[in-house]
Ligand binder design. Structure first.
Ligand code: DX5
Ligand code: ZN
Length: 212
């Protein structure tokens, strides 16, 4: 299992320190939530933020593009230092082509599904992805409540992709409920507010591992 703290809930006035803190606490992935105010209501940040933190961290930069036309920006994120670039099934780009472009840039490609998107929608792209991201809240905001109706989809995805495939879950996950998506078959766990909203993020990461 891997823990992926989301910098969406970090303190941007001290982003470098927050990134270093979760890296020292043993987080393997850094989850980077990019929002365009179009695919989702919120706007967060773009590739320059990725570029500025890249020299300070060895974590896997797990870039979650919640943007309508990701094909226009993947090269920027690849150059900025993203390792995994995940696009949404709900986006307007040509999904297959964009996944191929991510691979052509030498990066891993992920596909994200909002809670109401049926798993069958990934079937045409099954062989083009390195990771599936199942949203356990509707993409757009940190601090929402975990949607348990997604649980069967996690199990279905595990059965479909087999034991070694990366299935990430994102939204409303904390030390108190991480055992739930884990038990259904997820192996990468995003947490934003639970980690960066805590007075001791390191302790939360430790607890998430213990409880899982
Ligand atoms: C939601 C983002 C999440 C978010 C998770 O749109 O994709 O990664 O930061 O935040 P929490 O853990 O607070 O639900
Ligand atoms: Zn995310």
């Amino acid at each position: 299992m891997k823990i992926a703290p989301s910098i969406l809930s970090a303190d941007f006035s001290r982003l470098g320190e927050d990134v270093a803190l979760v890296e020292q606490a043993g987080a393997e992935y850094l989850h980077i939530d990019v929002m365009d105010g179009h695919l989702v209501p919120n706007i967060s940040f773009g590739a320059p933020i990725v570029k500025s933190i890249r020299p300070h961290s060895k974590m896997v930069f797990d870039t979650h593009l919640m943007i309508s036309e990701p094909h226009r920006y993947i090269e920027d994120f690849a150059k900025a230092g993203s390792d995994i670039i995940t696009i949404h099934i709900e986006c307007e780009s040509d999904i297959g082509k964009t996944l191929d472009e991510i691979h052509a840039l030498g990066k891993k490609a992920g596909l994200a599904l909002n809670p109401d998107a049926e798993l069958s929608r990934v079937l045409p792209y099954k062989d083009k992805i390195d990771m599936l991201l199942l949203m356990t809240v509707y993409a757009g905001f940190g601090g929402q409540k975990y949607i348990p109706e997604v649980n069967p989809k996690i199990a279905e995805a595990r059965a479909l992709f087999g034991p070694d495939f990366d299935i990430e879950v994102d939204g409303g996950i904390s030390a108190d409920n991480i055992h739930i998506p884990l038990s259904f078959g997820a192996n990468i766990f995003v947490a934003g507010s639970a980690i960066f909203g805590a007075s001791d993020p390191e302790e939360v990461i430790r607890k998430m591992r213990e409880k899982a």
